[in-house]
Design a protein around this ligand. Structure first.
Ligand code: ZN
Length: 427
């Protein structure tokens, strides 16, 4: 019965259909209601038309049962900081090569591979914040997933990201050459407003800004950076985005960037390697999310430190900052910066174990990559939850992640929008 059910569901998956026609009952031994931090198993998650109908102790008559006895089932993972159009960025050479030697169609093809990997690792939703010089290709990738053209996580996209002139690669080439940019440059408040309007008109769900760069240690031992935008520019960007009901994510590593970004009213601080007490207090009070991206921080530390030791120091600082933010009650959404590391080398679910190693309970870590990330995305009750009416995005693991958080790196079952993508029977 179970095998037949999985076969049917997989057939659906391969046909690229929008949603299975039947009612499905996904049975598991543990069913994690992550938002409530409650194990509701053994139970069935009842799925109909791509949405969750209920969590029940019985299967409705006639339902197709998917038997995951022995497994732990929970909402699909959300990674709130990725770059599907990037395939590794440990060094400048690696980054430059992609922008200079790969055509946009080729980069989009590689992105489809990245998205397939992410989905098979249990990530049913990505906030993809910045396409690194790939035009508006992320809008097309999002569309292709939604239309069933390709298999991948649902995307929330930021298109080009924004930085002022001279603040973002490609840099360091002959002044005689007109080089491509990994961002859209804008200078002056009005030009920045126009850039926001343009990006939104072409499909941006989010606006991404680079608030700082050029990290260095001051004589007093504090790590600081070069601010990118003026306060006037960044305030204009955030105001313009919010007028159109779009949120703003700010790459900001040190208090130099945090001060300007928070004064402008951004909705999330990305990376936040160096968080001082004033920043943490402000973020907690205003419920500004931290998206820690510790997987990439660890990944780039060694290769980048060969030219600048600050990268090792930032990786150290990021651990202390995470603990400070957690203790102060700053909302934290799981984000990895996948694409900054190659999608096929690391499983982005490693981020979960880093949070637990730094003091989160397993429940808190799981929530950061589901229900909390959904709040950041404005998708509370729709994504990252088993609530009635939520999207039927589910993952299941043979081991219990509450006992061993690294179980999140070994998912054996993935369903997105009610379609089975990975199943134990198919392995
Ligand atoms: Zn990033």
């Amino acid at each position: 019965m179970a095998q037949l059910a999985l076969g049917l569901a997989l057939a659906w998956s391969m046909a690229g259909a929008a949603a299975p026609p039947t009612v499905m009952a996904v049975k598991a031994t543990h069913v994690l209601d992550v938002a409530a931090e409650k194990d509701r198993g053994p139970a069935y998650v009842i799925v109909e038309g791509g949405t969750i109908r209920e969590v029940s102790t019985t299967a409705p008559p006639g339902a197709t049962v998917i038997d995951l006895s022995g497994y732990t089932l929970m909402p699909g993972f959300i990674d709130a900081h990725t770059h599907v159009l990037l395939q590794g960025d440990a060094t400048a050479a690696e980054y430059d090569e992609q922008l200079l030697k790969e055509s946009l169609p080729y980069r989009a093809l590689r992105a489809t591979g990245a998205m397939r990997i992410a989905l098979r690792h249990g990530f049913t939703t990505l906030r993809d914040i910045g396409n690194e010089g790939a035009g508006f290709a992320d809008v097309d990738l999002k569309k292709a997933v939604a239309a069933g053209v390709i298999e991948g996580p649902r995307l929330f996209v930021a298109t080009k990201a924004l930085a002022p002139t001279g603040a973002y690669p490609l840099l360091g080439f002959s002044w005689e050459l007109a080089m491509p940019h990994g961002v859209e440059t804008c200078d002056g408040a009005e030009a920045c407003r126009r850039a926001v309007r343009d990006q939104i008109s072409r499909g941006a769900d989010w606006i991404k800004v680079y608030a700082d760069r050029g990290y260095y240690r001051q004589p007093d031992g504090q790590i600081r950076s070069l601010p990118n935008f003026t306060q006037e520019e960044l305030t204009a960007i955030v105001d313009q985005a919010h007028r159109t009901r779009r949120k703003v994510a700010a790459h900001s590593i040190t208090p130099t960037g945090h001060a300007i970004a928070l004064a402008a009213g951004v909705d999330s601080i990305e990376h936040g390697d160096v968080l001082d007490d004033a920043t943490v207090k402000r973020m907690a009070e205003r419920k500004v999310f931290l998206c820690p991206t510790l997987t990439v921080t660890d990944y780039v530390a060694a290769p980048r430190s060969t030219t600048n030791p600050i990268w090792n120091e930032l990786a150290q600082a990021a651990r202390a900052s995470f603990k400070r933010a957690l203790a102060a009650g700053v909302p934290i959404a799981l984000g990895t910066d996948a694409g900054g590391f190659p999608w096929d080398q690391l499983n982005q679910a490693e981020e979960f174990r880093r949070y637990v190693a730094l003091g989160m309970t397993p429940w808190q870590a799981l929530r950061s990559g589901t229900a909390s990330a959904a709040v950041l995305l404005g998708q509370e009750g729709v994504l990252g939850t088993l609530a009635k009416g939520a999207r039927a995005d589910l993952v299941a693991m043979r081991e219990d992640p509450l006992q061993d958080i690294t179980a999140t790196e070994r998912v054996g079952f993935v369903m997105k929008d009610g379609v089975v993508v990975v199943s134990p029977a198919a392995r």
